[in-house]
Design a protein around this ligand. Structure first.
Ligand SMILES: [Cu+2]
Length: 75
């Protein structure tokens, strides 16, 4: 499983958080989503296509920056 970290701009409240979470959860392969509104950070785990993820967040109305390539980690 890989972990993807994104910077998401434009989130101001809990409603935004829920909107972003919902958009990300709709992307295939997503296993978990963690949204930190104050830090503007989103962490997604799963086998996810980065472009699809970025598109989903943009479609929800937020700006997004892919912080790094996914890195694999053992559990
Ligand atoms: Cu909001």
């Amino acid at each position: 499983m890989s972990k993807i970290m994104l910077n998401v701009g434009g989130m101001t409240c809990n409603h935004c958080k829920m909107k972003v979470e919902k958009a990300i959860q709709a992307v295939s392969g997503v296993e978990s989503v963690n949204v930190d509104v104050e830090a503007k950070e989103v962490v997604v785990t799963g086998e996810v296509d980065h472009k699809q993820l970025v598109m989903a967040i943009k479609m929800a109305g937020y700006s997004v920056e892919d912080r790094n390539e996914p890195f694999a980690y053992q559990e």
